[in-house]
Design a protein around this ligand. Structure first.
Ligand code: HEC
Length: 128
């Protein structure tokens, strides 16, 4: 009986979780600066630094060093699409170092766009 109950619970979880998941995906917010900042502090700061100055705690171990997102000179030479592409596909996808990981599987399109908005805030610059 207990076994039957357990299987029932597991079955319910299996059926319900994709429904909840797809609801979450549908509810994914439009790109937003505040969201970009939160994601940045969580995923990007360990390498790129809390302030985007390239001085994350992991930076010393990396060669090349993580980009300085506060560097307006560098960042204004990139289009928003360039930034999007390197975040989505990682350094490898755009001929840069593989030490820059790909985020396409972790973050959806809107979250990556939120990050691009936040990168533009960090550099206080526009794209090409
Ligand atoms: C494991 C460390 C690490 C993490 C985590 C990381 N990066 Fe990077 N990133 C790098 C390195 C190293 C480079 C430099 C690659 C090069 O110059 O070849 C880089 C480069 C970049 C560039 C390219 C700058 C240019 O020159 O065009 C962007 C944009 C970028 N990272 C954004 C992000 C964002 C956004 C996140 C968080 C979602 C992130 N990175 C997380 C290590 C990291």
């Amino acid at each position: 009986m207990v076994l039957l109950m357990n299987s029932f619970v597991i079955l319910c979880v299996l059926i319900i979780s994709p429904v909840i998941y797809s609801a979450q995906v549908r509810a994914e917010k439009k790109p937003a600066l505040s969201e970009g900042k939160n994601i940045y502090l969580h995923y990007c700061a360990p390498c790129h630094g809390m302030k985007g100055d390239g001085k994350g705690f992991n930076a010393e171990n990396l060669d090349p060093r993580p980009a300085k997102h506060t560097d307006a000179k560098l960042m204004s030479r990139r289009t928003d699409k360039d930034l999007y592409d390197v975040i989505k596909g990682g350094g490898k996808a755009v001929g840069k170092s593989t030490l820059m990981p790909p985020w396409g599987d972790t973050l959806g399109n809107n979250r990556i766009k939120s990050l691009v908005l936040y990168l533009r805030k960090l550099c206080k610059c526009q794209g090409l």
